[in-house]
Design a protein around this ligand. Sequence first.
Ligand SMILES: [Zn+2]
Ligand SMILES: [Zn+2]
Length: 136
Amino acid sequence: MRDIRCLCGAIRLRIDGQPVAQFYCHCDDCQAVHGAAYVGIAVVPSRAVEIIQGTPTSWTYKTLLRQRCAACGTLLIARVPDSGLTGVKANLLPPDMFHPAFHIHCQHAVLPVVDDLPHYRSLPAVFGGADDIVEW
Ligand SMILES: [Zn+2]
Ligand SMILES: [Zn+2]
């Protein structure tokens, strides 16, 4: 069980359990929403995420319902429709909790990120993708 918070502390979330997948996403949706080249995401079962303080602002960009703190703007989570899964912004997690296993949507990458992880062009097969790898 881990508690995480936005930058100003108005919103607190409790995560009960371990992530089912952790990765860096380079998709153009993440770039647009976060204003970043790519983001770290930990996917957890939606039932494992509880808002224990405050009321986040919700909005939907394309398909994902996203929530952020209205006071400080920190992006917190994104609910994946019909999956029972929620993506948590990895920068909010305790450092010992985020262990990314691969990169996804590298076809949209702003720049190469060279590390020892697999770099999937779209999605790995476990997410219904083609398992194509980009060579960086
Ligand atoms: Zn805040
Ligand atoms: Zn993304």
